[in-house]
Design a binder for this molecule. Sequence first.
Ligand code: BES
Ligand code: ZN
Ligand code: ZN
Length: 469
Amino acid sequence: MKITTEKLDNIDLEIVLINDNDLKSKNLVDKVLLDKLSFKAEQDELCFLAESSKLYVGYNDDIASSIASSIRFLDGKEFVKNIKLTTNLSDEESIYKITNGAILGVYKFDKYKSKRTNKHIKNLYISSPSQKNFSQTIKKATTIANSTNFTRDIVNMAPDDCYPKVLAKIAKDLAKENNLECNILKQKDIEKENMNALLAVARASRHDSRVIHISHKPKDVKHRVLVIGKGLTYDSGGLSLKPSDFMATMKSDKSGACTVLGILKSVSELNLNVEVHGFIGAVENMIGGDSYKPDDVLKAKNGKTIEVKNTDAEGRLVLADVLDFAQQEISEFDYIIDIATLTGACVVGVGNYTTGIMGHNDELKNKMKECAKNSGEFATPLDFNRFLSKTLKNETADICNISNTRYGGALTAGLFLSEFIKDANKDKWLHLDIAGPAFVEHIWGVNPHGASGAGVRMVVEFIENINKK
Ligand code: BES
Ligand code: ZN
Ligand code: ZN
């Protein structure tokens, strides 16, 4: 779909974006009819006037979601190719949200459908009272939304089509396309790096693991950021096997990794003047005679020993080694941010829509919360405390991979990761638990069923703002 503020020659249908105030206006052409149909212009409310080929859509505080709802309603209808969107909003921020909402809202994953439709909307012409053409705003919103859709496409791939080697190939192809550097560690290389925690998780899989390092390195940068993604191409739980209801959707346990790729795609296409290094641990957690076991003791790359008590708490084991590897490869940086579908507890705590932000630096956590809000995502800080840290203590090894309390699981997982952040970097670190929003089972906002691309928009916003400090 192409989005423009230039008039189109043929228009098949008009979307009219209004709020309850606009609805009261005497100048509103269809006022009488809309009143009769009891249209209230509530958030995401639609009213289709077939005779005049108009679709009214209400908005309150989420313009992107309203646009997504209206586009979803129209996409695939044969006659709708060119749309005019009428709005009396005329500021950059609104145009940005409209563009974002249209591209994220029209996304559909149909790779596995035997019959695919090509009856898609071709052009969206935004008609606003402003004289400006907003081309830069539209371009930026389009780039970020397309990167989010790129992330969604990978997450949505079936686990037998997207295993660690495939994820590495996708990273390599992205690097080639966008002029990024890319280094892939294969099984032997990972062994040489002593990433034994990661390797234990991977052992029962028929697929070898990969550790991916992909980077955007513009010249003369002032800032450097590391983004680390959990890339469990499947999480069966291992010997601590997940019940079947919980296992389905676990192809999405690679979401953090795919978000990292989406971020790299975005920052390179936006030419952001920040050095960004993505690191991904791509692993499959399966069962078999050679599975790692509850009671096993692992020696992580950084030398710490870990007693395994639950093989389903595997993401933290993979990240432990990748976090240490990232800090070894790049020793000087401003921020290190990991992104992971890490715990069901985070979903219990903050719900399906919100990312949990953890770390030791309150200012940084609040900054990320702000970036989430400004970019159209939900995220909230969760605070560590010294009592929770003690719950990872272990009699046998240095630490345990699960805590000794059943509560606060998102935070204790975060605290486990903290054990693998070097002291000098503790204040530069953020952990984003995207277990809730990464995969959508019931459509909400700009998100269709399936992967949402959670984290791409907020982290790109964060990186973009680094130079503005
Ligand atoms: N990948 C899961 C977490 C998850 C749950 C992601 C639901 C998305 C939706 C993770 O590896 C896991 O299984 N965590 C366990 C940890 C527990 C054993 C301490 C969990 O949350 O139950
Ligand atoms: Zn798990
Ligand atoms: Zn997992």
